[in-house]
Design a protein around this ligand. Structure first.
Ligand code: NAD
Ligand code: MG
Length: 305
């Protein structure tokens, strides 16, 4: 799907056959350095900029989304802004152009956008990102821990210590640190949403390190949810299936797998990032007040525990 196709896509409330809501994508083999840049992908992922229609579900809320420059985080940022929230996003330095685009869309919704560059592998940045978001938004009541690192390897012996440690730092240790730093800002009613993956239950043999962090994220979310529920802070997770985002062509998959990416789901196609956004909106909004410690699977029909 090109950007022009995204312009014509229907909004998330249109009654359509989900098999056909987006064309089956067959991305050509392509490769980028990690982290990928969305602007350089073929086809361009659809983050809902032309289609997501807000209904006032997050009016006046203040959200921080890590990795909000592209893919699922960007689609969530667009949806949150359309639902009435001010949004801060974190991104890595090479992703500046993607981050600027998301900030522009947020601002066009009449909401405040804050962009924060930095590496969540650095423990100090986890705290700094939260402090900047809370200062510049005037508070914080939604935290979406979404940033993630995924590097495919053929065998365990190919996973060096550097990759192993960076993946655990970026995906799960940063989640502990960022959430811990956010606690002092989050009022009763606040919501935390962690991005896990179908890999938590169905690990690919090429993603041992990544998939292990995703299982840890599910467990962390369910444990923390119980700890924070009495304070009125709800923690949940979203577990996407295959979604066409920069993480995939930038080491996330062996290149030869890209043309058939996501076609093994019951729906027969990969998701576009904007199809993830309503799950985040639901879990962030007060309408999910009795939903706690849940992992919402948004995966095109693959069975999960
Ligand atoms: P993406 O590349 O668009 O987003 C990932 C973001 O993580 C990047 O934009 C980057 O800013 C951030 N990031 C990576 N390493 C970082 C680091 N060290 N410090 C700070 N930020 C860092 O890809 P995406 O698919 O939208 O990924 C978002 C989340 O969704 C990830 O947690 C990923 O594991 C999860 N997920 C993706 C899929 C999929 O098929 N795309 C499936 C299941 C889960
Ligand atoms: Mg990115």
């Amino acid at each position: 799907m090109s950007t022009d196709d995204a312009r014509t896509s229907t909004d998330q409330l249109a009654f359509v056959n989900p098999v056909e809501r987006f064309p089956e994508i067959s991305p050509p083999k392509q490769h980028q350095e990690e982290p990928g840049v969305q602007k350089e992908m073929t086809p361009t992922p659809d983050i809902g900029e032309y289609s997501y229609r807000g209904t006032g579900r997050l009016e006046g809320r203040k959200a921080l989304i890590t990795g909000g420059d592209s893919g699922i985080g960007a689609a969530t940022a667009v949806a949150f802004a359309r639902e009435g929230a001010d949004v801060a996003i974190t991104y890595l330095a090479p992703e500046e152009r993607d981050a600027e685009k998301v900030a522009r869309i947020i601002t066009e919704c009449g909401r405040r956008a804050v962009t924060i560059a930095g590496d969540l592998i650095d423990p100090a940045f986890c705290t700094e990102a939260v402090e900047r978001a809370a200062n510049e938004l005037g508070g914080l009541d939604i935290l979406v821990n979404n940033a993630g690192k995924q590097v495919a390897t053929q065998s365990l012996s190919e996973i060096g210590d550097e990759q192993l440690e960076e993946t655990f730092h970026a995906n799960i240790l940063a989640m502990f640190r960022t959430t811990r730093a956010a606690l002092k800002h989050l009022p009763a009613g606040a919501t935390v949403i962690n991005t896990t993956s179908i890999q938590a239950y169905q690990p690919s043999p090429t993603l041992l390190d990544y998939a292990s962090t995703k299982a840890a994220i599910n467990n962390f979310s369910k444990g923390l949810a119980q700890q924070l529920a009495p304070q009125g802070i709800r923690v949940n997770a979203v577990a996407p299936g295959p979604v066409w985002t920069p993480i995939q062509p930038s080491e996330g998959q062996p290149q030869e797998k890209l043309p058939k990416f996501g076609q093994d789901t019951p729906l027969g196609r990969a998701a576009q990032p904007t199809e993830m956004a309503p799950a985040f909106v639901f879990l962030a909004s007060p309408e999910s007040s009795y939903v706690i410690g849940e992992t919402m699977n948004v995966n095109g029909g693959k069975p999960t525990p």
